[in-house]
Design a protein around this ligand. Structure first.
Ligand code: AMP
Ligand code: ZN
Ligand code: FE
Ligand code: FE
Length: 285
């Protein structure tokens, strides 16, 4: 039986594994296919492709975009992306700047609270173009300003806590279009975490291709619910661990094993999309 993990992060965003380490875990766990879905980044895809190839694993280039629809946050996974697509790279670069500015705003808030963490310390620790709250949390631990990551989020970084700064997001409709323009397949990530099922029909109308039914944080009941929704809206089914490295001593990779038949369906969709390029850019765009 062949299986895949289609939701993984490396140190090119807020994961801690290198592509080589991640592919190593994939090989140890006997995965046939892995997708890399770093936040607002495709930079790790080339090294991950090489590492997977060396390990005899099929690789699917991807990303995870933070988007919103009607003020509801939705994470969009893009698969089989052309990682050299100019529009995709420009939009990603734009959101990386948004992330970097947000780190400066969060450290300024911390400083106002009397917590002396410099933005530069976060950038040095993150060492990537897509820094996020996990990097701020790790920098706080490293500087001895909190005891652990949970304390960093609970005291400062969780939504509505004093150092939390909302992130400017792209609209979900733009996100779907961006993924399609790059020849990719657009999938709604971990719907069970966002509790926003009411927006699914609108996203389907906007061209959403699939839904992540299997995820580490989905209960069996949740997965069943999203399988039903996928069936009702003729959506592709995906799944992944959302592994960010070691979590409480163990990596999450291996907790979700998506049957390979879903990768076959995803690939067929991407191929049909590449055979039929989208509309030309609007005049003057
Ligand atoms: P950001 O994209 O900068 O808003 O950071 C979001 C990331 O932070 C998520 O992908 C999670 O990995 C992590 N995260 C969010 N909330 C928590 C929490 N309460 N504890 C630990 N990690 C969290
Ligand atoms: Zn993350
Ligand atoms: Fe996510
Ligand atoms: Fe993720």
């Amino acid at each position: 039986m062949k299986f895949a993990d289609l939701h993984l992060h490396t140190h090119f965003s807020d994961g801690t594994f290198s592509p080589e380490e991640l592919a190593g875990h994939g090989a140890r766990l006997k995965f046939s296919a892995l997708a890399l879905t770093d936040h607002d980044s495709v930079e790790g895809c080339a090294p991950m492709a090489a590492a997977c190839s060396a390990a005899g694993i099929e690789f699917i280039p991807g990303t995870e975009l933070t988007a919103e629809f009607n003020d509801i946050e939705v994470h969009l996974l893009g698969y089989f992306l052309d990682i050299r697509n100019q529009t995709l790279l420009e939009e990603i670069a734009r959101f990386q700047v948004v992330r970097q500015n947000r780190i400066r705003q969060m450290t300024a808030r911390l400083n106002e609270l009397g917590v002396p963490l410099a933005a530069e310390a976060v950038f040095a620790l993150a060492n990537c173009r897509s820094p996020g709250r996990p990097h701020v949390a790790r920098a706080l631990v490293q500087a001895g300003l909190v005891r652990n990551l949970d304390e960093a989020f609970e005291r400062y970084l969780k939504k509505n806590r004093p150092a939390w700064v909302p992130k400017a997001k792209m609209s979900a409709l733009e996100g779907i279009e961006l993924i399609h323009r790059a020849g990719g397949v657009a999938v709604m990530a971990h719907p069970g975490l966002n509790r926003s099922d009411e927006i699914i029909p609108a996203l389907v109308d906007a061209g959403l291709d699939g839904i992540e039914c299997f995820h580490t944080k989905h209960s069996t009941t949740m997965s069943e619910r999203y399988l039903e929704i996928a069936d009702r809206h003729h959506l592709l089914v995906t799944g992944g661990s959302d592994c960010h490295g070691f979590s409480k001593g163990k990596p999450l990779i291996g907790t979700v094993k998506l049957p390979y038949e879903h990768v076959v369906a995803l690939k067929a969709k991407a191929e049909s999309r590449k055979a039929k390029p989208g509309p030309p850019p609007a005049a003057g765009a």
